[in-house]
Design a protein around this ligand. Structure first.
Ligand code: C2O
Ligand code: CU
Length: 499
């Protein structure tokens, strides 16, 4: 990615030295393409229509996925987006509502929609070959599900690298019991942008694979990421991305033409920050302010005041802040990336000059919150209970060859994890690589050892974490890295309920 970096660690050594899983795991040799060519595809037919139960409110919407050309601060890109806007239109409902969302596929390719973080019924989860047939070009598909839990979510296709085009949008599930102690809400969607700037995400992956050389070495788990990222960005994340992006966006806009929230001085705003990027961990701060983090991945935390926080791909954080008087930069700085600048938006309460595109809030260089260290709010905590079953999950891979996998093989060749309905399952996840990976689970939230609820957790190089989940939502679900290039290269595994 960032050119050759001195490898302080001989990759084989680390992996084979004492990490049993990695040492024994051998990636089934991929031939010409490491992309999951032989992923098992089941067929489903059209979804069985459903209706809301009595008293359940119906929320209906149609989303058209289509090619579009967008102006990103003076630069025109051709890309794919929902309803031709970036981010796509928000889907908003109240917890317990019944959603009926029709996807109208006007793309020249198959697609689906995955409702990221929502504990919905399996058939609406949007994974082609696992929960539905792919929606072909020109076809429509109706997603029907109940959104049970309030929070900040988003949605995107679960096909190839389509997330790294413009196909993403926020989804907010409101809490009918929430006091709403704020004057304004601001949804802040972060993205890394390359599509239509002379290349496409598919070309980018081809190049990563080509630059990785022949996929000839046998073992999975080799790593060629030295300490390059570490020296630039300071711990804990090491290397966090593979792609060099020309632009970073907040709400579809670059810093030169920023999104602006206009409020009154002294007003309290609720930020809902969503990282919809494919390959970028951000550090987020609002210049001149401290933020009180209230939720992570939709679930309440003990309110925690911070100057800045990290957000990995697929994570969401909510925060409240009382704004001062002036024009303040909300900056999302790509972690460990030195080109493409930063993402920025502006909170404005009075006239006065706008922050410059390279605004550098002091908060970014102070202490930065690592979200997994937040404490759960008492009501959100997963009750302590001994696990009924335990499985291991190894995150493995390398840049050269460009190949990523879980439990010894790429997706489709690795063996699904299984759980019985009703069990508390503990997944002992270990990152056997020198990169950071956001680990994401569909259809459930999990709890970290503190009880903190998450559906996406950043795993630092060589870090292990035990995540616990209650198997209360039967079906076949994905667990994967939310770096979409890693996922597409094979860093996914299925979680199946024993039948
Ligand atoms: Cu947003 Cu399977 O992920
Ligand atoms: Cu990854």
């Amino acid at each position: 990615m960032k050119g050759a970096m001195p490898s302080l660690l001989s990759r084989r050594n680390i992996l084979l030295g004492g990490l049993g899983i990695a040492a024994t795991a051998t990636l089934s040799a991929c031939t010409s393409s490491p992309v999951r060519a032989d992923m098992p595809m089941r067929t489903f037919g059209p979804p069985a229509p459903m209706s809301p139960s009595q008293g359940q409110r119906l929320v209906e919407k149609t989303l058209s996925a289509k090619p579009v050309s967008l102006d990103l601060g003076g630069r025109t890109v051709s890309t794919w987006a929902y309803d031709s806007i970036l981010p796509g239109p928000i889907v908003r409902a109240t917890a317990g509502d019944f959603l009926r969302v029709t996807l109208d596929n006007q793309l020249p390719a198959d697609t689906t929609i995955h409702w990221h973080g929502i504990r919905l019924r399996n058939a609406a989860d949007g994974v082609p070959g696992m929960t539905q047939d792919p929606v072909s070009s020109g076809a429509k598909y109706v997603y029907e599900f109940t959104a049970p839990d309030p929070g900040t979510y988003f949605f995107h296709p679960h096909v190839g690298l389509q997330l790294d085009r413009g196909l993403y949008a926020p989804m907010i599930i409101d809490d009918p019991h929430e006091p709403g102690r704020y004057d304004a809400e601001w949804i802040v969607v972060l993205d890394d942008w390359i599509d239509g700037t002379g290349t496409t995400p598919d070309d980018v992956l081809k190049k990563l694979i080509a630059d990785g050389g022949a996929a000839s070495s046998g073992g999975m788990g080799g790593m060629d990421h030295g300490s390059g990222g570490m020296s630039m960005g300071a711990p804990p994340w090491g290397d966090t991305g593979d792609v060099i992006y020309p632009l970073f966006l907040i709400n579809g806009k670059p810093p030169a033409d920023p999104d602006v929230l206009t409020v009154k001085p002294g007003q309290r705003i609720r930020l809902r920050v969503i990282n919809a990027a494919s390959d970028t961990v951000f550090t987020v701060a609002l210049g001149g302010h401290r933020l009180t983090i209230t939720h992570s991945d939709g679930y309440a935390v003990e309110p925690t005041e911070v100057g800045a926080f990290y957000i990995g791909m697929g994570e969401r954080y909510d925060a409240v802040v009382t704004v001062g008087d002036g024009a303040f930069p909300l900056v999302a700085r790509p972690f460990g990336k030195t080109s493409g600048g930063q993402a920025m938006a502006v909170v404005r309460t009075s006239s006065g000059s706008s922050p410059s595109v390279d605004a550098n809030p002091a908060e970014l260089t102070g202490q930065v919150l690592i979200g997994s260290q937040l404490r759960p709010a008492a009501a959100a905590k997963l009750p302590a209970k001994a696990p009924d079953a335990t499985v291991d999950l190894a995150l493995q891979g390398s840049m050269k060859p460009y190949r990523w996998g879980m439990n010894g093989a790429t997706f489709g060749k690795n063996q699904a994890l299984t759980v019985k309905a009703g069990q508390r399952l503990r997944i002992n996840a270990t990152n056997h690589t020198m990169m950071t990976h956001p680990l994401h689970l569909h259809g459930h939230t999990f709890a970290l050892p503190s009880g903190l609820r998450k559906d996406t957790v950043l795993m630092a190089p060589m870090q292990s974490v035990a995540i616990d989940l209650d198997a209360d939502n039967a079906g076949d679900w994905m667990i994967h890295c939310h770096n979409i290039y890693h996922a597409e290269a094979g860093m996914m595994i299925a979680l199946e309920y024993a039948k």
